[in-house]
Design a protein around this ligand. Sequence first.
Ligand code: UDP
Length: 474
Amino acid sequence: MGQLHFFFFPLMAHGHMIPILDMAKLVASRGVKVTIITTPLNESVFSKAIQRNKQVANEIDIRLIKFQAVENGLPEGCERLELVPSDDLLNNFLMATTLMQEPLEQLIQECRPSCLVSDMFLPWTTDTAAKFNIPRLVFHGTSYFALCVTDSIRRYKPFKNASSDSDAFVVPNLPHQIKLTRTQMSPFDRIEEEKKMSPVIKEVRESGLKGYGVIFNSFYELETDYAEYYTNVLSIKTWAIGPLSLCNRDIEDKAERGKKSSIDKHECMKWLDLKKPSSIVYICFGSVAIFTASQMQELAMGIEASGQEFIWVVRTDNEELLPDGFEERTKEKGLIIRGWAPQVLILEHEAVGAFVTHCGWNSTLEGISAGVPMVTWPVFGEQFFNEKLVTEVLRTGVGVGSVQWKRIASEGVKKEAIAKAIKKVMVGEEAKGFRSRAKAYKETARQAVEEGGSSYSGLTTLLQDISTCSSTSH
Ligand code: UDP
């Protein structure tokens, strides 16, 4: 049997490309040849990091496929989802990816990879893989927990029994009693009849279940009950191989993930070095979520009212909404980073004591891996489900009371609730409990990726499974 060759095809969005890049490095570190498929404007997300990783760089290739944005009603140069997507934008973007099928097939024909690991948002790749008789592995980029909740909701539609949008209902048949309201669900999940769903979304849902199996950026010990549920109740083959961010051991790799940081990493570390252990609240909402002026105002006032020192990452398209005078008034207490922060580096600094997060899965897992308690402020996607994992199952975080699934964080969260949640995880007896639980998960996460750990073995099993598939298909 020759060398294994993995094709990786992530959705073009930072929250999907970053973990796939880590996964590619990890797989290549086991002597497997790797090819990453992306579009010209996204090449730099991968290329610099690959060049830096000399020990695996020779094993990783990037192949580019042209992306037809304008032809599909997208703005010129729109090769990545980083604007908050409207339904139309998301539909057009996903339609444009389908035009990548033919060039992808040519690449597969040329390289004859052993398998195709592709994003759940690229459902058409199931057919492509089948054409070449290679396994398609799906990457959802989220937790087992979120996928179990999603499955239960789709299967039993418990939201139909709620008397109003704000009336809580229990998500049936899960290992814990998880309650949600309709307001916390995406419009897609609230659709009662499949036939009313957009064809693209329907296809995304169905193809997730059709592949050879699912790779998770998670670790078994973190969500054991849900890994078991997903694998056994839904009968889907899975491999947990995370936290993927822990494969970055080098300071450059931790600092430059996805984009170049807007702040010099040394300057940022110097600022943190002067602070006491666990004294800084790090606030960042990922690569897509944005806030309205009123929610920015509440957040600013909430931070001030908490009395804590902080780092606040503000997207450049949100910075004009920073309340007047806030930065000047708080300059002794806080650092505002406009644009992109070296998140993993910051989270791992001992001065950081809490993470205010939108519960995107990468951020959530990075917070868990760094042993930092969280203040949860979900906005959209499956973030409300990840929040439940953190606040109710792991009990390493507290919510700010965000209950409205919206593409832009636009209403409802008040400064008092923000200050209260921050104080709860930062000061007092209760904070000690959050901290010690969070630290324990950090330890387990590290052990999982070490040789012999559950995620290390998960990857070994994955490679063996793909080896078996390729030897039987040849
Ligand atoms: N990220 C970063 N710096 C930033 C904002 C985000 O490095 O200023 C990284 C973060 O570490 C994570 C990813 O971008 O790996 C965001 O993914 P997540 O799933 O948390 O949220 P999304 O952006 O998909 O909503």
